[in-house]
Design a protein around this ligand. Structure first.
Ligand SMILES: Cc1cc2nc3c(=O)[nH]c(=O)nc-3n(C[C@H](O)[C@H](O)[C@H](O)COP(=O)(O)OP(=O)(O)OC[C@H]3O[C@@H](n4cnc5c(N)ncnc54)[C@H](O)[C@@H]3O)c2cc1C
Length: 341
């Protein structure tokens, strides 16, 4: 076995919140046989396993008492061409943004609105990543899995992934017993713009000549520009993006909130009414507040930052205080988006 196993490793550089938790054991795998070896070792030593991509949606509240496997399975292969559609199988360890950029360069479109989302391809199905009106599930064909207990390889179709808003079967029935080894995408060989967000429309209108033909690359550039101007880069200020999900409420609940807060921000998504969690947090006075080196971002109240590289417990303490306050003020339970360990 060629695996290199490290002991008592700091996870600070393996999570974008930069919390200084430790893992008992850590290894990097670059092939499916290596993944098998890592799992057999964990089985023999009775260790829990945690597969990590870039740690951009993971918060370590505690040290990890087990084996952290850094997934670095690579590869991008066309598996089928079907007229206007193309299927491409991508290794779970490929960087998400690099894959999006590569797909567009090949003339395959669909993923342009999802540009610049941090993380690796293998973590994307976990919460059905989404941005600017597009969700992963629209372009996902199937997911290849390695079952932790049996070591068997399986495949789930898009329907079997049971995708929802920031949700999938991988957070429930398959967690944490299955490792995603590859994702097969189904992309278009023609371009169909999906521009519903005013900021994207505005950016394109100001940058393009009236006679210019809109391409997926223009949309990609617009999304990259908007994201860079709005969201703090984890390289500069540690964070895990949106810390809370936008809560789903009933029509009655929205009506009763509107009586007290006529300016409350809500929208419709997947046939459900959602409230902007950022509005609730800002209205409750949490924007810019900080505690023990952890801060609610000054421009975007949905993002908790960790400029002091404080512990996961400190991050969770601020997050729980926000949850309690929102529950008290609005009678709404905010759900945390990152996975907590
Ligand atoms: C600045 C910023 C902006 C963001 N913007 C968005 C956004 O617009 N939309 C959005 O949806 N998300 C967004 N996110 C969240 C994050 O980028 C995504 O959730 C991303 O898919 C996480 O990838 P990762 O490799 O870092 O996952 P990790 O944090 O490494 O893992 C996340 C979870 O998935 C599990 N996992 C990882 N890889 C595998 C695998 N191969 N098999 C099985 N389980 C696995 C891990 O065990 C963990 O539970 C943002 C985050 C940041 C920091």
């Amino acid at each position: 076995m060629s695996l290199h196993i490290q002991q008592n490793v700091s996870l600070q550089s393996f999570n974008t919140m930069a919390v200084p938790a430790q893992a008992d054991y850590l290894t990097t795998v670059t092939s499916v046989p290596e993944m098998h070896d890592a799992l057999s070792l964990a089985r023999r030593q009775n260790l829990p396993v945690l597969v990590l991509g870039e740690g951009s949606n993971t918060l370590f509240e505690h040290d990890y008492k087990g084996l952290v496997i850094l997934n670095r399975l690579r590869g991008m292969d066309v598996v089928e061409e079907l007229g206007d559609l193309i299927r491409v199988k991508v290794g779970a360890g490929e960087n998400w943004h690099r894959w999006v950029a590569h797909s567009l360069k090949q003339g395959w479109s669909g993923l342009e609105n999802l540009a610049l989302i941090p993380g690796l391809v293998g973590a994307a199905p976990m919460q059905n990543i989404g941005a600017y009106g597009v969700e992963l599930e629209q372009y996902l064909h199937s997911v290849e899995l390695l079952y932790v207990d049996s070591g068997e390889i399986g495949e789930l179709s898009r329907e079997q992934c049971e995708f929802g808003y920031r949700d999938s079967v991988f957070k429930h029935r398959h967690a944490p017993r299955a490792i995603i080894t590859a994702v097969t995408f189904e992309l278009n060989t023609y371009f169909e713009p999906q521009i519903t967000y005013p900021a994207v429309k505005e950016y394109l209108q100001t940058r393009m000549r009236p006679s210019q033909e809109l391409t997926a690359l223009h949309v990609f550039d617009a999304i990259c520009h908007i994201r860079r101007s709005k969201l703090p880069s984890p390289r500069e200020i540690p964070n895990s993006g949106s810390f809370f999900k936008n809560p789903v409420v009933s029509e009655e609940k929205l009506a009763s909130l509107r009586e007290h807060y006529p300016e409350i921000v809500s929208y419709e998504h997947r046939g459900q009414i959602k409230l902007a969690a950022a509005w609730l947090i800002e209205r409750a006075g949490w924007k810019r507040r900080q505690r023990d080196g952890v801060q609610v971002h000054k421009d975007q109240a949905l993002v908790i930052t960790n400029p002091g590289r404080a512990s996961g417990a400190s991050v969770m303490s601020l997050a729980r205080a926000i949850q309690e306050d929102i529950a008290k003020q609005f009678r709404i339970q905010l759900e945390i988006e990152p996975r907590i360990y």
